[in-house]
Design a protein around this ligand. Structure first.
Ligand code: ATP
Length: 219
């Protein structure tokens, strides 16, 4: 039977690691959190499923906690680039199917990919570009880069869209973007169809190339 709940390993409990760990627990997942610093581990113990003080660069420590059995591992060690890289490599060697590593620089990000990271995240850069986008575009509520040049954008319905269906608006043909969801008050329509009509206050979740999303926002 497929499992919806996954087991997560979070290594490094700075602001980023802590926030990932808390978010996962709040959504009902099991989280084993590891940090070198025992004070940090003590603070997070009541929140996560298990918190362990350990040096994650110690392969035997990773083995003894059964790191290889986790579905997903997040390597959130920041300043110690060597430790971050080594831990990423060891987790892949131990057989973790999905290892996500945090990086502070693009060069380090490339190295992480080379040693096997399935995904590299750049929290500072991503947040910076999201903020810039939301400051520069009045209708855009949120913006998430999925891959270089491709993003998901949440855009407030423009007045001229109100009362028209997705078929009439024809965003796919006009801009090459796809509306993947429509949010209305606290409801979400996760699979909008051509006949769905836009109402005032709707927020459209749109996926596409950054240039096309920008065109859609401007027009
Ligand atoms: P933030 O997420 O707050 O921006 P940061 O990017 O500055 O953090 P660091 O503070 O360098 O990152 O590291 C995050 C956490 O990782 C720290 O709490 C640190 O104790 C922990 N850490 C560093 N090296 C290891 C290691 N080898 N094993 C386990 N935890 C480690």
């Amino acid at each position: 039977m497929p499992r919806n709940r996954k087991d997560f390993l979070v290594i490094g409990l700075g602001r980023f690691g802590e926030s990932v760990a808390r978010g996962l627990v709040e959504r009902g997942h099991e989280v084993l959190a590891i940090d070198l610093d025992e004070n940090i581990v003590r603070e997070l113990s009541p929140i996560v499923t298990h918190a362990i003080q350990a040096d994650a660069t110690d392969e035997s420590a990773l083995e003894s906690i059964g790191a290889g059995n986790f579905d997903v591992a997040i390597v959130a060690i920041g300043d110690d680039v060597h430790a971050n890289t080594l831990v990423t490599l060891m987790l892949k060697e131990l057989g973790v199917p999905c290892v996500i590593s945090k990086s502070k620089s693009k060069v380090h990000g490339k190295i992480l990919k080379k040693v096997g990271a399935d995904r590299v995240v750049f929290p500072e850069w991503d947040m910076g570009s999201r903020l810039a986008n939301s400051l520069l575009t009045s209708n855009v509520q949120d913006y998430l880069e999925l891959a270089p040049n491709y993003s998901i954008m949440e855009i407030k319905a423009k007045n001229k869209w109100v009362g028209q269906t997705l078929a009439e608006l024809n965003f796919r043909a006009r801009f090459g973007v796809n509306v993947v969801a429509i949010m209305r008050n606290s409801d979400i329509n996760p699979s909008p169809i051509a006949e769905d009509e836009i109402s005032e206050g709707d927020i459209l979740v749109v996926i596409g190339h950054n240039d096309d999303l920008e065109k859609m926002e401007e027009k």
